[in-house]
Design a protein around this ligand. Structure first.
Ligand code: ISL
Ligand code: CA
Length: 533
């Protein structure tokens, strides 16, 4: 049963969704109290970013116990209640599965420091070089070295992410057995599947030096290798016992690599999050931004729509800046917010909405480093400082690209804590919460929130939108038009990614218009979106 092809999935970043006890940190009881919001949005499943026990070096992506809930977020009973309460509303729960690495606080890692322990080979331990250098020249995802010396074991361990996120060694078959047990533990609790964190880098084929590059030197030794496919096929056997789905976060994949990871006949993942469309406004790595050119973005979307039979669709998540300031326009906040919603909900695939996207939340309004929490931003800032990048430029880069842009608390209403908390929020609340919040948009029939709800219903009721083929019609400098076709049925979507007007040749009866048009003569105003029959 491929329920996930009919569903819209909603991502919750638990720390920033809803606080229930005034400690300023979002929690599971808070999520439960907001399930009605998600039901209204017509969500079929929630992807929950990690809620496991964790010292929070990377906000839960550094797990210290896969079978415990982080006490900041609640208890196992709360988690079970969430699964049950969601189920009552026909909403499934998808957990975040972070198995490339664990926290160095994890029991396995602590034991692993002892070479005689059964856990000795759970991680990549290496001697340094005779000349005192690191075991190899690889560089990590967070802009720093990826080897750390452990004085107790007198060796280095590999960490492709933060220092306290040690990479697991899948050359040791015991590690995969542990992971299978963890899957069963959660599947028995009624979880419907997993979003698999950086899942295409699990297998490292050797620890030899890599070809030097601007970032991620060494990545040819771990990106999408056969060893990873083998692991995924083994995990699939466990998942199939429970009919569970998986969506993999797969970094630096081509369409061919994506097909190999999630193709129907492969027996591995069900879908992947690819990154190419998120890289249209950058050179090689995200810290080097370039001007967003809509046409490049459209071409990329078309390519992926054509090359994959089915895939995950997204414009935002907890690692990316918000989509309106990035692909839309803050000057045309409402129009462009609705236009991006139209894009997301009318392409072929499973749409993922990131919390706050449905009310058009925008980037943080912080003005100094002290307000930043994210480990990646802090590391990168340190590296830039080491290279004598001037302070103002450093801040400019961080402000534009920091992951904290998407992590500020959900703006429920215009009160002081934005309805998120009565206490002091763990991360700053955007000052625009007085204007951008759910309560206000519930009152306004013309709001972004109403538009999301409406399009979600349209998609639910429209087989063409859910199952239809994707046919590109126009890929211009500012206009993107395509058709979804199913048998005799078809819908045309026309999007104007610009404040400049445009004239298009597509015609039809208006099904939806983000500016309230009742008929369409081909004329498109600023950031206008129409769905035509
Ligand atoms: O945002 C990124 C860094 O520039 C991405 O490369 C990101 O690090 C990558 O997509 C992996 O992300 C996932 O794993 C990380 C975690 O910090 C992210 O939050 C998670 O989505 C390590 O577990
Ligand atoms: Ca709390």
């Amino acid at each position: 049963m491929e329920w996930w092809k009919d569903a819209i999935i909603y991502q919750i970043y638990p720390r920033s969704f809803q606080d229930s006890n005034g400690d300023g940190i979002g929690d599971i009881p808070g999520i439960i109290s907001r399930l009605d919001h998600l039901q209204q949005l017509g969500v079929g499943a929630i992807w929950l970013s990690p809620v496991y026990k964790s010292p929070n070096a990377d906000n839960g992506y550094d797990i210290s116990d896969y079978r415990e809930i982080n006490p900041e977020y609640g208890t196992m009973e709360d988690m079970e209640r969430l699964i049950a309460e969601a189920k009552r509303r026909d909403i499934r729960i998808i957990m975040d599965l972070v198995i490339n690495h664990t926290s160095t606080d994890h029991y396995w890692f602590r034991q692993s420091r002892d070479r005689t322990s059964p856990y000795a080979d759970y991680y990549y331990w290496q001697h340094g070089m005779a000349d005192g250098g690191l075991p190899n020249n690889w560089t990590g995802f967070f802009g720093e070295d990826c080897w750390e010396f452990d004085p107790e074991r007198c060796e280095y361990y590999l960490h492709l992410f933060a220092k306290s996120q040690a990479d697991l060694n899948y050359h040791n078959p015991a590690v995969l057995e542990e992971v299978k047990d963890i899957l069963r533990f959660w599947l028995r609790k009624g979880v419907a599947g997993f979003r698999c964190d950086v899942i295409n880098i699990l297998w490292k084929d050797s620890l030899e030096n890599g070809k030097k590059q601007l970032a991620l030197t060494g990545s040819e030794h771990y990106l999408s290798l056969e060893g990873t496919h083998e692991i995924l096929r083994q995990l699939r056997e466990v998942l199939d016992e429970y009919g569970a789905m998986t969506v993999g976060e797969t970094v630096f994949v081509t369409p061919q690599q994506a097909r190999d990871l999630c193709g129907r006949d492969r027996g591995e993942l069900n879908m992947v999050f690819s990154f190419e469309h998120m890289e249209c406004d950058q050179y090689f790595i995200k810290w080097f931004k370039r001007k967003f050119r809509p046409k490049v973005f459209f071409e990329c979307l078309v390519k992926w729509q054509k090359e994959l039979e089915w895939n995950a669709l997204y414009l935002e998540n907890h690692d990316q800046p918000r989509s309106i300031p990035r692909f839309g326009s803050e000057a045309y906040w409402k129009e462009s917010g609705k236009l991006l919603a139209t894009l997301l909900l009318t392409l072929r695939g499973t749409p993922f909405i990131y919390q706050g996207q449905e009310i058009g939340m925008v980037n943080f309004d912080f003005d100094r480093m002290r307000q930043i929490n994210d480990v990646e931003s802090k590391n990168v800032e340190r590296v830039l400082r080491r290279f004598h990048v001037p302070r103002r430029l450093r801040w400019k880069l961080i402000k534009r690209t920091s992951r904290d842009n998407a992590r500020t608390p959900f703006q429920w209403n215009e009160e002081k804590g934005a309805g998120f908390t009565d206490g002091r929020p763990w991360l700053g609340i955007n000052r625009n919460s007085e204007q951008i919040n759910l309560a206000r948009q519930e009152q306004d029939p013309d709001s972004i929130w109403q538009w999301y709800k409406d399009l979600s219903r349209l998609r639910r009721d429209s087989a063409v939108l859910r199952q239809g083929e994707f046919v590109p019609l126009e890929v211009g400098e500012q206009v993107f038009a395509y058709r979804r076709v199913l048998g005799e049925d078809a819908l045309t979507v026309v999007l104007n990614f610009s404040e400049k007007e445009a004239m298009v040749s597509h015609r039809g009866n208006v099904v939806r218009s983000n500016v309230g048009r009742e008929s369409f003569d081909g004329h498109m105003g600023a950031w206008e979106a129409v769905i035509l029959q």
